[in-house]
Design a protein around this ligand. Sequence first.
Ligand SMILES: CCCCC/C=C/CC(=O)SCCNC(=O)CCNC(=O)[C@H](O)C(C)(C)COP(=O)(O)OP(=O)(O)OC[C@H]1O[C@@H](n2cnc3c(N)ncnc32)[C@H](O)[C@@H]1OP(=O)(O)O
Length: 358
Amino acid sequence: MRASQQDFENAMNQVKLLKQDPGNQVKLKLYALYKQATDGPCNVPKPGVFDLVNKAKWEAWNSLGNLPKETARQNYVDLVSSLSPSSEASSQGKRGADEKVQESKDIVVTSEDGITKIMLNRPAKKNALTFEMYKEIILTLKNASTDNSAIAVFTGAGDYYCSGNDLTNFTSAAGGMEEAANQGAVVLREFVNSFIDFPKPLVAVVNGPAVGIAVTLLGLFDAVYASDKATFHTPFSHLGQSPEACSSYTFPKMMGSAKATEMLLFGKKLTAREAWAQGLVSEVFPDSTFEKEVWTRLRAYAKLPPNSMRISKELIRNNEKEKLHAVNAEECTTLKARWLSEECINAIMNFVSRKAKL
Ligand SMILES: CCCCC/C=C/CC(=O)SCCNC(=O)CCNC(=O)[C@H](O)C(C)(C)COP(=O)(O)OP(=O)(O)OC[C@H]1O[C@@H](n2cnc3c(N)ncnc32)[C@H](O)[C@@H]1OP(=O)(O)O
Protein backbone atom coordinates (compact mmCIF):
# COMPACT_ATOMS: atom_id res chain seq x y z
CA MET A 1 0.00 0.00 0.00
CA ARG A 2 1.28 3.48 -0.89
CA ALA A 3 1.94 5.98 1.88
CA SER A 4 -0.81 8.61 2.16
CA GLN A 5 -0.26 12.33 2.74
CA GLN A 6 -1.29 11.68 6.36
CA ASP A 7 1.36 8.93 6.71
CA PHE A 8 3.89 11.37 5.30
CA GLU A 9 2.91 14.11 7.77
CA ASN A 10 2.98 11.63 10.66
CA ALA A 11 6.45 10.57 9.61
CA MET A 12 7.59 14.21 9.54
CA ASN A 13 6.35 14.65 13.11
CA GLN A 14 8.03 11.42 14.15
CA VAL A 15 11.38 12.73 12.90
CA LYS A 16 11.12 15.72 15.24
CA LEU A 17 10.63 13.34 18.17
CA LEU A 18 13.64 11.11 17.47
CA LYS A 19 15.83 11.02 20.56
CA GLN A 20 18.91 9.58 18.90
CA ASP A 21 20.67 11.57 16.19
CA PRO A 22 20.33 9.36 13.08
CA GLY A 23 23.60 10.80 11.69
CA ASN A 24 24.33 13.17 8.85
CA GLN A 25 23.97 10.64 6.03
CA VAL A 26 20.46 9.67 7.13
CA LYS A 27 19.52 13.31 7.68
CA LEU A 28 20.65 14.13 4.14
CA LYS A 29 18.63 11.20 2.79
CA LEU A 30 15.56 12.38 4.71
CA TYR A 31 16.02 15.90 3.38
CA ALA A 32 16.37 14.68 -0.20
CA LEU A 33 13.30 12.43 -0.02
CA TYR A 34 11.28 15.20 1.60
CA LYS A 35 12.19 17.67 -1.15
CA GLN A 36 11.52 15.09 -3.87
CA ALA A 37 8.15 14.18 -2.33
CA THR A 38 7.05 17.81 -2.03
CA ASP A 39 8.79 19.72 -4.88
CA GLY A 40 9.65 16.91 -7.31
CA PRO A 41 13.06 16.59 -9.00
CA CYS A 42 15.81 19.02 -7.95
CA ASN A 43 15.10 22.35 -9.65
CA VAL A 44 17.48 24.82 -7.98
CA PRO A 45 21.04 25.80 -8.97
CA LYS A 46 23.95 23.96 -7.35
CA PRO A 47 25.35 25.99 -4.37
CA GLY A 48 28.95 27.23 -4.49
CA VAL A 49 31.86 25.06 -3.31
CA PHE A 50 32.21 26.92 0.01
CA ASP A 51 28.54 26.50 0.88
CA LEU A 52 29.32 23.02 2.19
CA VAL A 53 26.08 22.21 3.88
CA ASN A 54 23.72 23.40 1.15
CA LYS A 55 25.94 21.74 -1.46
CA ALA A 56 25.67 18.39 0.35
CA LYS A 57 21.88 18.81 0.58
CA TRP A 58 21.62 19.75 -3.08
CA GLU A 59 23.70 16.73 -4.09
CA ALA A 60 21.50 14.38 -2.06
CA TRP A 61 18.33 15.78 -3.63
CA ASN A 62 19.77 15.87 -7.14
CA SER A 63 20.90 12.24 -6.82
CA LEU A 64 17.23 11.17 -6.73
CA GLY A 65 16.86 12.18 -10.40
CA ASN A 66 13.31 11.71 -11.65
CA LEU A 67 12.08 9.51 -8.79
CA PRO A 68 8.27 10.01 -8.70
CA LYS A 69 6.88 12.08 -5.82
CA GLU A 70 4.75 9.17 -4.54
CA THR A 71 7.75 6.82 -4.40
CA ALA A 72 9.81 9.46 -2.58
CA ARG A 73 6.96 9.87 -0.08
CA GLN A 74 6.80 6.11 0.49
CA ASN A 75 10.60 5.87 0.86
CA TYR A 76 10.55 8.75 3.36
CA VAL A 77 7.87 7.01 5.47
CA ASP A 78 9.77 3.69 5.33
CA LEU A 79 13.04 5.33 6.31
CA VAL A 80 11.45 7.12 9.28
CA SER A 81 9.78 3.95 10.53
CA SER A 82 13.16 2.16 10.40
CA LEU A 83 14.56 4.91 12.63
CA SER A 84 12.00 4.62 15.41
CA PRO A 85 13.00 1.48 17.29
CA SER A 86 11.10 0.48 20.37
CA SER A 87 14.43 0.76 22.19
CA GLU A 88 13.86 4.52 22.35
CA ALA A 89 10.82 4.01 24.47
CA SER A 90 12.42 1.32 26.60
CA SER A 91 15.45 3.46 27.47
CA GLN A 92 13.03 6.07 28.83
CA GLY A 93 11.42 3.48 31.04
CA LYS A 94 14.66 2.88 32.89
CA ARG A 95 15.02 6.45 34.10
CA GLY A 96 14.77 7.13 37.77
CA ALA A 97 16.05 3.68 38.62
CA ASP A 98 18.43 3.61 41.52
CA GLU A 99 21.40 1.53 40.44
CA LYS A 100 22.80 1.84 36.94
CA VAL A 101 21.02 4.02 34.40
CA GLN A 102 22.22 4.09 30.80
CA GLU A 103 20.62 7.12 29.18
CA SER A 104 22.33 6.94 25.79
CA LYS A 105 25.74 6.17 24.39
CA ASP A 106 26.78 9.85 24.61
CA ILE A 107 25.54 10.50 28.16
CA VAL A 108 26.21 7.73 30.64
CA VAL A 109 24.32 8.06 33.91
CA THR A 110 25.06 5.91 36.93
CA SER A 111 23.75 6.07 40.44
CA GLU A 112 25.92 4.77 43.26
CA ASP A 113 26.84 5.72 46.85
CA GLY A 114 24.25 8.51 46.87
CA ILE A 115 25.78 10.14 43.76
CA THR A 116 24.16 10.51 40.36
CA LYS A 117 27.14 10.59 38.02
CA ILE A 118 26.50 12.11 34.60
CA MET A 119 29.37 11.37 32.24
CA LEU A 120 29.71 13.06 28.86
CA ASN A 121 30.79 10.13 26.74
CA ARG A 122 31.81 11.24 23.28
CA PRO A 123 35.57 11.20 23.69
CA ALA A 124 36.34 10.95 19.95
CA LYS A 125 34.70 14.39 19.59
CA LYS A 126 36.13 15.73 22.85
CA ASN A 127 32.64 15.36 24.36
CA ALA A 128 31.17 18.13 22.19
CA LEU A 129 27.46 18.54 22.96
CA THR A 130 24.98 17.56 20.24
CA PHE A 131 21.36 18.74 20.26
CA GLU A 132 20.40 15.26 21.46
CA MET A 133 22.85 15.48 24.35
CA TYR A 134 21.35 18.79 25.51
CA LYS A 135 17.92 17.14 25.53
CA GLU A 136 19.25 14.06 27.33
CA ILE A 137 20.82 16.22 30.01
CA ILE A 138 17.58 18.15 30.59
CA LEU A 139 15.81 14.82 31.21
CA THR A 140 18.64 13.44 33.31
CA LEU A 141 18.64 16.46 35.62
CA LYS A 142 14.87 16.26 35.90
CA ASN A 143 15.16 12.64 37.03
CA ALA A 144 18.13 13.29 39.29
CA SER A 145 16.26 16.05 41.09
CA THR A 146 13.78 13.48 42.43
CA ASP A 147 15.79 10.24 42.62
CA ASN A 148 17.24 9.21 45.97
CA SER A 149 20.78 10.41 45.35
CA ALA A 150 22.14 13.23 47.53
CA ILE A 151 24.28 14.98 44.92
CA ALA A 152 24.77 15.04 41.14
CA VAL A 153 28.15 15.13 39.46
CA PHE A 154 29.15 15.93 35.87
CA THR A 155 32.39 14.68 34.35
CA GLY A 156 33.85 13.79 30.94
CA ALA A 157 35.16 10.56 29.41
CA GLY A 158 38.64 10.61 27.87
CA ASP A 159 41.10 13.49 27.86
CA TYR A 160 38.58 16.35 27.62
CA TYR A 161 35.90 17.45 30.02
CA CYS A 162 33.93 18.94 27.12
CA SER A 163 34.71 20.98 23.99
CA GLY A 164 31.41 22.87 24.24
CA ASN A 165 28.66 23.07 21.72
CA ASP A 166 29.08 20.69 18.78
CA LEU A 167 29.79 23.15 15.99
CA THR A 168 28.04 20.93 13.46
CA ASN A 169 24.73 21.26 15.34
CA PHE A 170 23.80 24.14 13.10
CA THR A 171 25.46 23.14 9.84
CA SER A 172 23.84 19.70 9.78
CA ALA A 173 20.31 20.81 10.75
CA ALA A 174 17.77 19.56 8.22
CA GLY A 175 15.54 22.67 8.30
CA GLY A 176 18.30 25.24 7.61
CA MET A 177 20.10 27.75 9.84
CA GLU A 178 17.10 29.87 10.77
CA GLU A 179 15.07 26.91 11.97
CA ALA A 180 18.14 25.54 13.79
CA ALA A 181 18.75 28.91 15.49
CA ASN A 182 15.11 29.09 16.64
CA GLN A 183 15.18 25.55 17.98
CA GLY A 184 18.64 26.03 19.44
CA ALA A 185 17.51 29.05 21.46
CA VAL A 186 14.52 27.14 22.86
CA VAL A 187 16.60 24.10 23.79
CA LEU A 188 19.40 26.22 25.25
CA ARG A 189 16.99 28.18 27.43
CA GLU A 190 15.43 25.01 28.81
CA PHE A 191 18.86 23.39 29.23
CA VAL A 192 20.25 26.30 31.27
CA ASN A 193 17.01 26.57 33.26
CA SER A 194 17.46 22.97 34.33
CA PHE A 195 20.82 23.91 35.90
CA ILE A 196 19.43 27.07 37.54
CA ASP A 197 16.58 25.08 39.10
CA PHE A 198 18.45 21.89 40.04
CA PRO A 199 17.66 21.45 43.75
CA LYS A 200 20.56 19.30 45.00
CA PRO A 201 24.29 20.04 45.20
CA LEU A 202 25.68 19.97 41.67
CA VAL A 203 29.39 19.28 41.27
CA ALA A 204 31.67 19.37 38.22
CA VAL A 205 34.65 17.02 38.13
CA VAL A 206 36.66 18.72 35.39
CA ASN A 207 39.03 16.01 34.19
CA GLY A 208 40.52 17.96 31.26
CA PRO A 209 40.04 21.02 29.03
CA ALA A 210 36.66 22.70 29.02
CA VAL A 211 35.44 24.98 26.24
CA GLY A 212 32.47 27.30 25.66
CA ILE A 213 29.24 26.32 27.34
CA ALA A 214 31.08 23.67 29.39
CA VAL A 215 32.91 26.56 31.08
CA THR A 216 30.10 29.11 31.37
CA LEU A 217 27.79 26.55 32.99
CA LEU A 218 30.27 26.14 35.83
CA GLY A 219 29.00 29.43 37.26
CA LEU A 220 25.76 27.57 38.04
CA PHE A 221 27.46 24.62 39.79
CA ASP A 222 27.84 24.45 43.57
CA ALA A 223 31.41 23.10 43.50
CA VAL A 224 33.98 22.65 40.73
CA TYR A 225 36.97 20.31 41.18
CA ALA A 226 39.62 20.42 38.47
CA SER A 227 42.61 18.37 37.43
CA ASP A 228 45.72 20.51 36.95
CA LYS A 229 45.49 19.43 33.28
CA ALA A 230 42.16 21.21 32.85
CA THR A 231 41.93 24.52 31.01
CA PHE A 232 38.99 26.91 30.73
CA HIS A 233 38.34 28.62 27.41
CA THR A 234 35.39 30.73 26.22
CA PRO A 235 36.25 31.79 22.64
CA PHE A 236 32.89 33.45 21.93
CA SER A 237 34.25 36.42 19.96
CA HIS A 238 36.42 34.09 17.86
CA LEU A 239 33.22 32.25 16.97
CA GLY A 240 31.13 35.38 16.37
CA GLN A 241 28.97 34.40 19.35
CA SER A 242 28.10 35.80 22.77
CA PRO A 243 28.12 34.35 26.32
CA GLU A 244 25.47 31.94 27.56
CA ALA A 245 24.51 29.93 30.67
CA CYS A 246 24.14 33.18 32.68
CA SER A 247 27.90 33.82 32.48
CA SER A 248 27.31 37.45 31.46
CA TYR A 249 26.05 37.78 35.05
CA THR A 250 27.84 35.06 37.04
CA PHE A 251 31.37 35.66 35.70
CA PRO A 252 31.65 39.42 36.44
CA LYS A 253 30.06 38.77 39.81
CA MET A 254 32.50 35.96 40.58
CA MET A 255 35.76 37.38 39.23
CA GLY A 256 35.16 41.10 38.69
CA SER A 257 34.39 42.68 35.33
CA ALA A 258 38.01 43.13 34.21
CA LYS A 259 38.81 39.42 34.48
CA ALA A 260 35.40 38.38 33.10
CA THR A 261 36.01 40.61 30.07
CA GLU A 262 39.30 38.85 29.35
CA MET A 263 37.49 35.52 29.24
CA LEU A 264 34.13 36.36 27.71
CA LEU A 265 35.13 39.08 25.21
CA PHE A 266 38.77 38.35 24.45
CA GLY A 267 38.65 34.55 24.81
CA LYS A 268 41.60 34.30 27.22
CA LYS A 269 42.18 30.65 28.11
CA LEU A 270 42.78 30.04 31.85
CA THR A 271 44.80 27.26 33.44
CA ALA A 272 43.13 25.38 36.29
CA ARG A 273 45.09 27.40 38.85
CA GLU A 274 44.12 30.68 37.19
CA ALA A 275 40.49 29.59 37.18
CA TRP A 276 40.82 28.76 40.87
CA ALA A 277 42.32 32.22 41.56
CA GLN A 278 39.28 33.76 39.77
CA GLY A 279 36.83 31.79 41.91
CA LEU A 280 35.52 29.64 39.05
CA VAL A 281 37.11 26.47 40.47
CA SER A 282 36.80 25.30 44.09
CA GLU A 283 40.01 23.26 44.20
CA VAL A 284 42.73 21.99 41.85
CA PHE A 285 44.26 18.50 42.19
CA PRO A 286 47.35 16.91 40.60
CA ASP A 287 46.15 14.89 37.63
CA SER A 288 47.86 11.73 38.95
CA THR A 289 45.64 11.62 42.07
CA PHE A 290 42.68 13.64 40.79
CA GLU A 291 40.08 10.88 40.33
CA LYS A 292 40.92 9.07 43.57
CA GLU A 293 40.97 12.18 45.76
CA VAL A 294 37.88 13.79 44.27
CA TRP A 295 35.63 10.73 44.30
CA THR A 296 36.66 9.82 47.85
CA ARG A 297 35.67 13.30 48.92
CA LEU A 298 32.39 13.25 46.98
CA ARG A 299 31.39 9.89 48.49
CA ALA A 300 31.85 11.44 51.93
CA TYR A 301 29.83 14.55 50.99
CA ALA A 302 27.04 12.35 49.65
CA LYS A 303 26.62 10.84 53.14
CA LEU A 304 25.73 14.24 54.65
CA PRO A 305 22.02 14.73 55.44
CA PRO A 306 20.47 15.31 51.99
CA ASN A 307 17.57 17.46 53.14
CA SER A 308 19.88 19.81 54.95
CA MET A 309 22.07 20.21 51.85
CA ARG A 310 19.02 20.79 49.65
CA ILE A 311 17.56 23.40 51.98
CA SER A 312 20.87 25.24 52.28
CA LYS A 313 21.24 25.29 48.50
CA GLU A 314 17.69 26.61 48.18
CA LEU A 315 18.50 29.49 50.56
CA ILE A 316 21.54 30.43 48.50
CA ARG A 317 19.96 29.99 45.06
CA ASN A 318 16.66 31.69 45.88
CA ASN A 319 18.44 35.03 46.25
CA GLU A 320 19.39 34.82 42.60
CA LYS A 321 16.88 32.62 40.83
CA GLU A 322 14.70 35.30 39.27
CA LYS A 323 17.71 37.24 38.05
CA LEU A 324 19.32 34.10 36.59
CA HIS A 325 16.17 33.22 34.64
CA ALA A 326 15.96 36.74 33.23
CA VAL A 327 19.64 36.71 32.24
CA ASN A 328 19.23 33.29 30.61
CA ALA A 329 16.27 34.49 28.54
CA GLU A 330 18.16 37.56 27.34
CA GLU A 331 21.33 35.63 26.50
CA CYS A 332 19.33 33.11 24.43
CA THR A 333 17.62 35.87 22.44
CA THR A 334 20.99 37.50 21.76
CA LEU A 335 22.60 34.22 20.76
CA LYS A 336 19.80 33.36 18.35
CA ALA A 337 20.63 36.52 16.39
CA ARG A 338 24.36 35.82 16.64
CA TRP A 339 23.97 32.32 15.17
CA LEU A 340 22.51 33.89 12.03
CA SER A 341 25.23 36.52 11.75
CA GLU A 342 27.88 36.40 9.05
CA GLU A 343 30.61 36.46 11.72
CA CYS A 344 29.28 33.33 13.34
CA ILE A 345 28.43 31.44 10.15
CA ASN A 346 31.94 32.10 8.77
CA ALA A 347 33.59 30.94 12.00
CA ILE A 348 31.59 27.72 12.08
CA MET A 349 32.22 27.05 8.39
CA ASN A 350 35.95 27.58 8.94
CA PHE A 351 35.91 24.97 11.70
CA VAL A 352 33.81 22.50 9.72
CA SER A 353 36.03 22.87 6.66
CA ARG A 354 39.05 22.37 8.98
CA LYS A 355 40.43 25.84 8.38
CA ALA A 356 40.26 26.90 12.02
CA LYS A 357 40.70 25.45 15.45
CA LEU A 358 40.96 27.21 18.78
C1 LIG B 1 21.25 24.00 21.91
C2 LIG B 1 22.42 24.74 21.34
C3 LIG B 1 23.19 25.45 22.39
C4 LIG B 1 24.42 26.14 21.90
C5 LIG B 1 25.18 26.76 23.02
C6 LIG B 1 26.39 27.46 22.56
C7 LIG B 1 27.56 27.26 23.13
C8 LIG B 1 28.79 27.97 22.66
C9 LIG B 1 30.02 27.14 22.76
O1 LIG B 1 30.10 26.10 23.37
S1 LIG B 1 31.33 27.78 21.92
C10 LIG B 1 32.57 26.52 21.96
C11 LIG B 1 32.48 25.64 20.78
N1 LIG B 1 33.63 24.77 20.76
C12 LIG B 1 34.71 25.01 20.02
O2 LIG B 1 34.85 26.01 19.34
C13 LIG B 1 35.76 23.93 20.03
C14 LIG B 1 36.09 23.49 18.64
N2 LIG B 1 37.12 22.44 18.70
C15 LIG B 1 38.44 22.72 18.60
O3 LIG B 1 38.87 23.84 18.46
C16 LIG B 1 39.36 21.54 18.72
O4 LIG B 1 38.69 20.41 18.26
C17 LIG B 1 39.85 21.32 20.19
C18 LIG B 1 40.80 22.46 20.59
C19 LIG B 1 38.69 21.22 21.17
C20 LIG B 1 40.64 19.98 20.27
O5 LIG B 1 41.69 20.00 19.32
P1 LIG B 1 42.54 18.65 19.07
O6 LIG B 1 43.53 18.96 18.00
O7 LIG B 1 43.06 18.13 20.36
O8 LIG B 1 41.45 17.58 18.59
P2 LIG B 1 40.61 17.58 17.22
O9 LIG B 1 40.35 18.97 16.76
O10 LIG B 1 41.26 16.67 16.25
O11 LIG B 1 39.21 16.99 17.73
C21 LIG B 1 38.91 15.61 17.68
C22 LIG B 1 37.56 15.46 16.98
O12 LIG B 1 36.58 16.13 17.75
C23 LIG B 1 35.87 17.08 16.92
N3 LIG B 1 35.44 18.20 17.76
C24 LIG B 1 36.08 18.72 18.80
N4 LIG B 1 35.38 19.72 19.31
C25 LIG B 1 34.26 19.84 18.57
C26 LIG B 1 33.14 20.72 18.62
N5 LIG B 1 32.98 21.66 19.56
N6 LIG B 1 32.18 20.56 17.69
C27 LIG B 1 32.26 19.60 16.75
N7 LIG B 1 33.31 18.73 16.66
C28 LIG B 1 34.29 18.86 17.57
C29 LIG B 1 36.90 17.47 15.87
O13 LIG B 1 36.26 18.01 14.76
C30 LIG B 1 37.55 16.14 15.61
O14 LIG B 1 36.68 15.37 14.81
P3 LIG B 1 37.24 14.45 13.63
O15 LIG B 1 38.13 13.45 14.32
O16 LIG B 1 36.03 13.85 13.00
O17 LIG B 1 38.02 15.36 12.72
